[in-house]
Design a protein around this ligand. Structure first.
Ligand code: NAI
Ligand code: 15L
Length: 265
């Protein structure tokens, strides 16, 4: 399956760089966007540098786009004003631009930090009460809710992915539960982009880890079947952890529980 013009926001970031070559086969033209340069542009690529908080620039960006993988935004717990500009105003601008340009499918990079205040080991489903671990987590819930609004009122479909820890390999004990491999992330994003009739759906984004905390609810709706398992790295990473009993070791959000509060900016 291929789209004509696929927009990848946050294209200069860690996951943007990971997914960029993997999305080439899914479109005729990959439109890369970030507020910084995405580097050298390939044959079936084009670039539009743009701040998510700039409404007019976002309207221009969405022209002719028939699908969006939205990775752009603040990706770590940060002062509220920074989170608000990129992840609240930015998400609003994205959905308004999608509505005005007629784009009907968005894949939204949400995050496990929307439920980061649950105890580690606690099994969670998407329907469980949100317990964000910071302003960042709150902003991801805002995005999920904006997606619901734009589905119910304007028929724009979104799959929100509550991504765990997307790294080439698991790097600490927590990642034995939260890791999603690059190959599984590609499978997930593609499934979310092309599955028919998704309406507005939220799923956790994680590999088939033996110790995962999050339910597979919704994976069948999009046809996501993870193939990798962090267990293979257990010996190497199980001793890498925060001090026993600290919020970072105890709660699902891990190191984000050690960030903040911040001075008002
Ligand atoms: P990143 O921080 O490396 O990349 C985010 C990109 O967004 C950056 O290149 C940044 O320049 C851009 N950006 C930020 N604010 C912007 C603005 N106002 N206008 C235009 N561009 C802006 O983050 P990463 O790791 O690549 O994550 C991508 C997305 O996935 C983020 O939305 C993050 O919240 C989400 N996510 C990532 C996870 C991971 O394991 N890396 C886990 C869960 C969610
Ligand atoms: C996220 O949401 C972050 O963007 C990423 O940097 C990781 O910290 C990840 O979650 C995680 O929880 O491991």
């Amino acid at each position: 399956q291929r789209l004509q013009r696929l927009l990848l926001t946050g294209a200069a970031g860690t996951l943007g760089r990971m997914l960029r070559p993997r999305l080439q086969a899914s479109c005729e033209l990959l439109l890369l966007s970030d507020r910084i340069s995405c580097g050298e542009i390939g044959v079936h690529e084009t670039e539009q540098i743009c701040d998510l908080a700039d409404r007019a620039a976002m309207l221009a960006l969405l022209q002719g786009v028939d699908g969006v993988v939205h990775l752009g935004g603040v990706s770590v717990e940060s002062p509220f004003e920074q989170v608000a500009a990129s992840n609240l105003h930015g998400v609003f601008n994205l959905y308004e631009a999608a509505r005005l340009s007629g784009c009907k499918r968005i894949v939204f990079a949400s995050s496990n930090h929307s439920t980061g205040c649950y105890e580690q080991g606690q099994p969670l489903s998407v329907g469980d009460k949100p317990r964000p671990d910071g302003y960042y987590g709150v902003s991801k819930l805002f995005g999920e809710n904006m997606a619901q609004l734009y589905w119910d009122r304007y028929g724009i479909e979104t799959v929100s992915l509550r991504i765990g820890t997307a790294t080439p390999e698991p790097e600490d004990r927590r990642a034995l539960s939260t890791w999603i491999s690059p190959d599984d992330l590609e499978r997930l994003v593609r499934a979310a982009l092309f599955a028919p009739n998704v309406g507005c759906l939220t799923v956790y984004g994680v590999s088939a880890n033996s110790e995962r905390w999050w339910s597979a609810e919704g994976w069948d709706r999009i046809g996501y079947e993870p193939q990798d398992n962090a267990e293979a790295w257990r010996e190497r990473v199980q001793g890498i952890d925060f001090a026993a009993g600290s919020p970072m070791a105890r709660l699902q959000g891990g190191r984000f529980l050690g960030l903040g509060p911040f001075e008002p900016q």
